[in-house]
Design a protein around this ligand. Structure first.
Ligand code: GLC
Length: 438
C-alpha cells in the first residue's frame, strides 16, 4: 500500500464504521426558498440577492434540537455548509462582511452547530465551497456557473484570482484554527477547467493537514460528482481526498480503485429533491426508502450522508423530522447491522441485501417471498441465527420442498412452521447470522 492510501485507511477508520451522517444545507437561500443555486439559476445580481441578509434572523435556530434529532436517527456525524457558492458565511469570518454575524441574527451559527453536535457525541464536519459568486476576484463573465456569466460588462480583466485564493486559504485557516477539532472538511467542487491546480490544492491540503492532521477530506478539490479523480487510481495525489462523494445516486457496485481495492465513499442524497430549503418540495423519501438506501450503501462498503434543508428561521421541516424519527426507531433495534459493517462478499439475494461484520452476516429481508427465504449456498456454514430486533431464535428450515436444493440454507420467520406471514418489520427485517469460523 502506498503511503497516501495507508494514511487514508487509518484516518477513515471511524468514518467507515459510522456509516450514517446528516448533511445540512443552510444559508440565505432559505429565504427565496427554491434552491441553493437560485442566484445562479435566475442570474440574480448582487443587488437582487444580497438584501436577504437584512432579513436573516434565524430566530428558531436551536442546533441542540438538530443534534438530538440526528442522534435519534442513528446518525454518527454531521456536515454543515459553512459557506455555499453564494459566498454567504455562517461563521464570523474576519475576511468578509457577508456573514451571519452581520445580519439581524448576529450569531456565529457554525460555532453553535459545532458545540451542540459535539455535546451529543456526534462527529462534526464543515462544507466549504471553493466556488464563490460574491468575491470580486472570482471569475464572473464566461464562467460556467457564475450568476453574471452572461454579462460582458462583468469582464474579468481586473480580477485577481490569486487574491481570491488568499481569501479562500484564509477562510479555511479560520475554520481549522478557531473552532476546535473538526472531523471532516467537505470541499465543493471542481468543474470545467476549475480544478485541483486552480485551487492550489496541493498547498491547500498541506495547510489543512498541518493544522488538523486527522481531518477527513472529500475528493472534490480534484474531482466532482462527475469524476472522482485520482483517488480511484493506483497513484492518488496528496489532494485526492479520503473518500469519494457520489451525489444523488448509489454506485452500482460500491467504489474500488483500479486494482479492485475498496475505497471509502459516501453517497450524499437529499431527503426531498433539494439541498437547500425549498418551500414547494414535499416529495420526501419514506423512512422505508431511507433505510433501504442506507442498507444499500453499507452492503457496498459505503456511507450515506442524508441531507436536510432547514428553513430560514432555522427549523428542519416537520416532514423531515418525522421521517428521521421513524428511521431512528428502526436503527435502535437494527443498528448493529449497519455500524462497522460492509461488503458481505455474497451475491445480492432476491429479497433484499446482506451486510457483514467479520463472521456476523446480516440478512436484510425487504420483500416477502413465496416460500422459505433462501440464503444462498450456505448449507453447513451457519452456526445459529437470531432475529436482530429481539434476539429470538430463527431455525434453518428443512421442509420437504427444499430438499432438492440442499446446498442452500433456508429459513421461515416462524421457526416451527412452513407458513408465510407478513414480514415482522415491513421496512426491513434483519436476521443476524452467526457464521461458523472457516
Ligand atoms: C452540488 C451542488 C450543491 C450541493 C452539493 C452537495 O455539487 O453544487 O448545491 O451543495 O452538490 O453534494
Amino acid at each position: 500500500m502506498n503511503q497516501i492510501v495507508e494514511e487514508r485507511t487509518r484516518r477513515t477508520e471511524w468514518y467507515r464504521d459510522a456509516r450514517f451522517g446528516m448533511f445540512i444545507h443552510w444559508g440565505l437561500y432559505a429565504i427565496p426558498a427554491k434552491n441553493e443555486w437560485i442566484r445562479s439559476m435566475e442570474e440574480l445580481t448582487k443587488e437582487e440577492y444580497e438584501p436577504y441578509r437584512d432579513e436573516f434572523s434565524a430566530e428558531n435556530y436551536d442546533p441542540r434540537k438538530w443534534a438530538r434529532l440526528a442522534k435519534e436517527a442513528g446518525m454518527k456525524y454531521a456536515v454543515l455548509t459553512a459557506k455555499h457558492h453564494d459566498g454567504f458565511c455562517l461563521f464570523d469570518s474576519s475576511l468578509t462582511d457577508f456573514k451571519s454575524t452581520n445580519t439581524p441574527c448576529g450569531r456565529d451559527l457554525v460555532r453553535e452547530f459545532l458545540d451542540a453536535f459535539r455535546a451529543e457525541g456526534i462527529r462534526v464536519g464543515l462544507y466549504y465551497s471553493v466556488i464563490d459568486w460574491r468575491h470580486e476576484d472570482y471569475p464572473h463573465y464566461g464562467d460556467m456557473h457564475h450568476p453574471m456569466r452572461n454579462h460582458p460588462e462583468c469582464s474579468n480583466e481586473n480580477r485577481d484570482f490569486n487574491r481570491y485564493l488568499t481569501y479562500l486559504f484564509g477562510q479555511v485557516r479560520e475554520l481549522l484554527t478557531n473552532y476546535g477539532k473538526l472531523d471532516i472538511m467537505w470541499f465543493d467542487f471542481s468543474y470545467d477547467k476549475m480544478r485541483a491546480d486552480t485551487w492550489r490544492a496541493e498547498e491547500l491540503i498541506a495547510m489543512v493537514r498541518s493544522l488538523q492532521p486527522d481531518v477527513i477530506i472529500d475528493n472534490r478539490l480534484e474531482g466532482s460528482g462527475e469524476d472522482a479523480g485520482s483517488i480511484l487510481t493506483g497513484n492518488p495525489t496528496s489532494y485526492s481526498g479520503d473518500f469519494v462523494s457520489p451525489e444523488q445516486m448509489i454506485p452500482p457496485e460500491g467504489m474500488r480503485d483500479e486494482d479492485g481495492n475498496p475505497v471509502p465513499w459516501e453517497s450524499c442524497i437529499t431527503l426531498n429533491n433539494h439541498w437547500g430549503y425549498a418551500a414547494h418540495d414535499h416529495h420526501y423519501k419514506s423512512a422505508r426508502m431511507v433505510i433501504h438506501m442506507l442498507v444499500e450503501c453499507v452492503s457496498k462498503g459505503g456511507n450515506l450522508l442524508l441531507n436536510v434543508g432547514p428553513d430560514a428561521t432555522g427549523e428542519i421541516p416537520e416532514e423531515a423530522v418525522e421521517i428521521l424519527k421513524e428511521v431512528g426507531k428502526w436503527m435502535k433495534k437494527n443498528g448493529r447491522s449497519i455500524y462497522g459493517c460492509g461488503y458481505a462478499g455474497l451475491p445480492k439475494p432476491e429479497w433484499g441485501r446482506f451486510t457483514r461484520r467479520q463472521n456476523l452476516l446480516y440478512a436484510h429481508v425487504m420483500e416477502e417471498q413465496a416460500g422459505a427465504i433462501c440464503l444462498g449456498k450456505m448449507a453447513g456454514k451457519i452456526d445459529k441465527m437470531r432475529l436482530l430486533r429481539d434476539g429470538s431464535v430463527i431455525k434453518e428450515a428443512s421442509y420437504w420442498n427444499l430438499k432438492e436444493f440442499g446446498q442452500n440454507a433456508f429459513f421461515f420467520f416462524d421457526s416451527d412452521a412452513s407458513d408465510c406471514y407478513p414480514l415482522p418489520d415491513e421496512k426491513d427485517t434483519v436476521v443476524e447470522i452467526f457464521l461458523k469460523e472457516e
